[in-house]
Design a protein around this ligand. Structure first.
Ligand code: ADQ
Length: 467
């Protein structure tokens, strides 16, 4: 890895840096990398302002934070519109929910152009730029237009959809072409990488051999770089204060009952409706579990300004009420449902207190909750992870109970199996899963990606002509 130059991370939202432990896997991984040799983190401030406002720069823990506000119009068109109402459903294979508007695509391009204008002025020779996620696909192309020649890498946190789905997006060609201004593109799994390569071959007349992909007269590198978590840190959260206090408190509330836990942003991709249904089926098939099992679903509201999310939330409220209405007794409510974000240490304690972790998205880039649940377990008496085959994490966490979330009976059967599993079998699976988590933790993710970016042959990065 090159020892010179800064790391410049770019993501839709910047920060927080202090107490980054509160901010989830991605922020933690980035902050560590930026701290290593002092770096720059560039992106949206999270605020809307009446005018365009100017670039704000501040230092936090040796990292320069450079942020821009968005106008309300840009926020609506770029963030709520094209990013969350069009690209997010597309990337999760939900074209039934995809809403495309030309003016929102224009706002998306406008914001990427504005970001590039500001960022280009901050870059120094030798910097490596690492751009995150679908919000910023056109950024490198805009930077190249401004004569930026530094290495630029892109990491996609969501799945990459198959050609048939991708091609439903009007103007998808221009987005894919824009990717070729990057030097390196990283995906969560080999499956995503293969779908990207397939798309390049089938729809763009390009070639893809051993990580070298060419199309549109340009060449880039592409690879799978599965994101992970800081395993030991998360384990510590569950076994030290305040996580261990939450664990003890939860245990006293449970009074010997077994808890199943789900922790997800309130998003239709996370499979919450079918999970409730599967839990209902489990209770229906196992009367002996009545009064002895609860499902705790923690699901903070997200993107609530979008209709798809509002109506999804109402459906989920109804589904949870249906299961409770059907099975609850005066001394037992089977589904406990919280619409709140919790501190990470509290979450760790709750995971530890739960006999079964239920992670059943219909489609997910990776899923860090699955990893956090495993890391928070007591190795002497670990819980069992039930994991959807459609989470990227299922490619790596093979010792989980892997289910197809479209099959409610199968998911219910896995809930039963998980709860009944003998201790030797639980320990064996947990040990193997911890080995896998350690082998692919968050520092390996960032090391591997940045090393691959540094290895891109020097030259006019991103404008390399295909041979
Ligand atoms: P997300 O879709 O947000 O991430 P996920 O990977 O599960 O999904 O990460 C969510 C994070 O938020 C976890 O660290 C979790 O602990 C935290 N979280 C969830 N509910 C919470 C709550 N109630 N309170 C506090 N924290 C909560 C996107 C992609 C994923 C990919 C990640 C990282 O969709 O597929 O794994 O980025 O690349």
């Amino acid at each position: 890895m090159s020892r010179t130059g800064r790391l410049v991370a770019v993501s839709n939202r910047v920060g927080p840096v202090r107490g980054a432990a509160a901010a989830g896997g991605l922020a933690v991984g980035l902050v560590d990398a930026l701290r290593e040799r002092g770096g720059l983190w560039f992106g949206w401030s999270g605020r809307t302002a009446s005018g365009r406002g100017s670039l704000r720069q501040e230092m936090a823990d040796g990292i320069t934070l450079a942020t821009l506000d968005l106008t309300q119009q840009d926020f609506d068109g770029y963030y709520s519109g094209f990013c969350n109402n069009c690209l997010w459903p597309l990337m999760h294979f939900r074209i039934d929910l995809m809403r495309f508007e030309h003016r929102q695509l224009e706002a998306y391009r406008r914001v990427n152009t504005r970001f590039a204008q500001s960022l280009a002025r901050l870059l120094r020779a030798g910097d490596r730029v690492w751009v995150h996620d679908y919000h910023l696909i056109p950024l490198a192309e805009e930077l190249r237009r401004r004569r930026v020649r530094q290495r630029i890498g892109f990491f996609l946190h969501t799945p990459f959809p198959p050609t048939e789905i991708l091609s439903t997006l009007p103007e998808h060609e221009s987005l894919i072409r824009a990717l070729f201004a990057y030097d390196l593109i990283g995906f969560q799994t080999e499956e995503d990488l293969v779908r990207f390569q397939e798309h390049i071959r089938r729809a763009c007349g390009g070639t893809a051999k051993g990580g070298v992909v060419t199309a549109f007269g340009r060449e880039l590198r592409a690879g799978a770089f599965p994101i992970g978590i800081d395993v030991d840190q998360f384990h510590r959260y569950a076994f030290t204060a305040p996580g261990n206090r939450e664990f003890a408190r939860m245990q006293s509330v449970l009074r010997g009952r077994d808890q199943f836990i789900g922790v997800d942003r309130l998003d239709y991709s996370k499979g919450l409706l079918r999970r409730m249904d599967a839990f209902g089926r489990y209770l229906e098939g196992h009367p002996k579990a009545h009064g002895k099992v609860i499902l705790l679903q923690v699901a903070p509201v997200s993107r609530s300004d979008l209709i798809a999310y509002r109506s999804f939330r109402q459906e989920l409220d109804r589904e949870a009420a249906r299961v409770n209405g059907r099975f609850a007794r005066f001394d037992w409510t089977p589904v406990h449902y919280l619409n709140r974000a919790l501190p990470r240490r509290t979450l760790a304690g709750l995971y530890r207190a739960s006999r079964v972790g239920i992670v059943t998205p219909m489609r997910d880039g990776m899923n860090l909750v699955a990893m956090e649940y495993v890391a928070a377990q007591d190795p002497a008496d670990p819980g069992v992870l039930v994991l959807s085959r459609f989470a990227g994490a299922a490619q790596y966490l093979r010792e989980a109970l892997i289910v197809n979330p479209y099959d409610g009976e199968e998911t219910a059967a896995a809930m039963h199996l998980a709860r009944e599993m003998r201790i030797q079998e639980r320990r064996r699976r947990h040990e193997a899963l911890m080995r896998r988590l350690r082998a692919r933790d968050v520092s390996r993710w960032r090391r591997d990606f940045l090393a691959a970016l540094s290895e891109v042959p020097a030259g006019r990065q991103g404008l390399r002509k295909a041979r």
